[in-house]
Design a protein around this ligand. Structure first.
Ligand code: PLP
Length: 359
């Protein structure tokens, strides 16, 4: 089965085989060498000189880590959809005071509305979802970064469904924590997550008490410097990570990012050719997942069954978003992911299959 859901994505045989190695200890030289190479590669993907921590958890673990390490009392959340809401839920569950800047679904945050919110109150941190996987919207990090810096807040970014697919200039834009998961643009199995952590974020973390144990960034950074993790990492997945990073760097990151832009364009053009409406606001469309409004009210569950017979697992939209849209009399959505090691030919085969199933 080929997975055309926005994560996990299909993992190539090459990567699966690279993980079938004899196990090694995580305190030995061999592991330290692999870890060091992974760190170097991740820095290139993240466009940063900050440490890029490797965590044996999914991305949500590092979202919790970012909140616990960088927020003592209050935080502003930019909520554009289901994953913006996840930031809110995580921070509330950690006992923080949370203010929400609610953005209409399908839109990206604007500088003006953020400026207004930031001028009303002082926040320790601002959290944003770079690529809102539920709606296919990409938020303008570069544009909002200077505002967040002007207001002396830490800038925490969830790039779970975009890092490795879209160019995110972590250092240039001053992102303090940028986190992602292994099962999306890295085309790895789920189970690992990565976060770049700035000196500012570490400084803040040193001042915070009761920030928990497993995701203590200061401890993770200390061990990172000797190419280790404080606790036993998912060594098998890290074998996969080094192979995937080699593959991405061999293609060249500029080429990887350009390929994702092309795949997004190919998908958007296909949707328009098929008289379908793109859900995300023009100018803010995701490079890794396209969300389409099902204006023709096609039975997507039927389409899903048909494409399954051809060997594909399709996404019939983010469930809660669809429930909300249908309840307000609007069309539901479907999503087409185009992230990771996918090429244009593979995408076209899927689009053709989808087109046939929708007739
Ligand atoms: C934008 C975004 N943030 C966070 C998450 C949660 O990540 P994980 O499932 O790796 O914990 C997802 C998962 O789909 C996502 O798309």
């Amino acid at each position: 089965m080929k997975l055309f859901i926005p994560g996990p994505v299909s993992v190539s045989n090459e990567i699966m085989q690279s993980m079938q190695r004899e196990m090694i200890g995580h305190r030995g030289k061999e592991f330290a060498n692999i870890f060091e190479e992974c760190s170097k590669g991740l820095k290139k993907v993240f466009c940063t000189n900050n440490r890029v921590l490797i965590s044996t958890s999914s991305g949500t673990g590092l979202m919790e880590g970012a909140i616990r390490n960088c927020v003592e009392k209050n935080v502003l959340m930019i909520e554009c959809g289901a994953f913006g809401k996840k930031w809110v839920q995580v921070a509330k569950a950690c006992g923080k005071e949370v203010d929400v800047l609610q953005v209409q679904k399908g839109n990206a945050v604007s500088k003006e509305e953020l400026e207004k919110k930031l001028s009303e109150k002082k926040y320790e941190a601002v959290c944003v979802t770079h690529n809102e996987t539920s709606t296919g919207v990409e938020n303008p990090l570069k544009e909002i970064a200077p505002l967040i810096k002007e207001h002396n807040a830490l800038f925490l970014v969830d790039s779970v469904s975009s890092m490795g697919g879209a160019k995110i200039e972590v250092d240039e834009w001053g992102i303090d924590v940028c986190l992602t998961s292994s099962q999306k643009c890295f085309s790895l199995p789920p189970g690992l997550s990565f976060a770049s952590v700035s000196e500012g974020a570490l400084e803040k973390s040193r001042t915070i008490k009761d920030k928990g144990y497993y995701f203590d960034f200061v401890e993770l950074a200390k061990e990172y410097d000797s190419h280790q993790t404080p606790y036993t990492p998912a060594v098998g997945l890290i074998f996969g990570l080094i192979t995937q990073l080699e593959r991405m760097l061999k293609e060249g990151m500029e080429n990887v990012w350009a390929r994702h832009e092309e795949l997004a364009k190919q998908t958007q053009e296909w949707a328009i050719k098929n008289e379908m409406k793109l859900f995300a606001q023009s100018g803010h469309r995701s490079k890794t997942v396209t969300c389409i409004s099902n204006e023709k009210r096609i039975n997507l569950e039927e389409v899903k069954k048909k494409v399954k017979e051809k060997g594909y697992v399709m996404d019939a939209g983010y469930r809660k978003l669809n429930e909300e849209l249908l309840a307000s009399g609007r069309a539901d959505t479907m999503r087409i992911p185009h992230m990771g090691n996918l090429n244009s030919k593979e995408l076209q085969e899927y689009l053709d299959c989808l087109e046939e199933a929708m007739k």
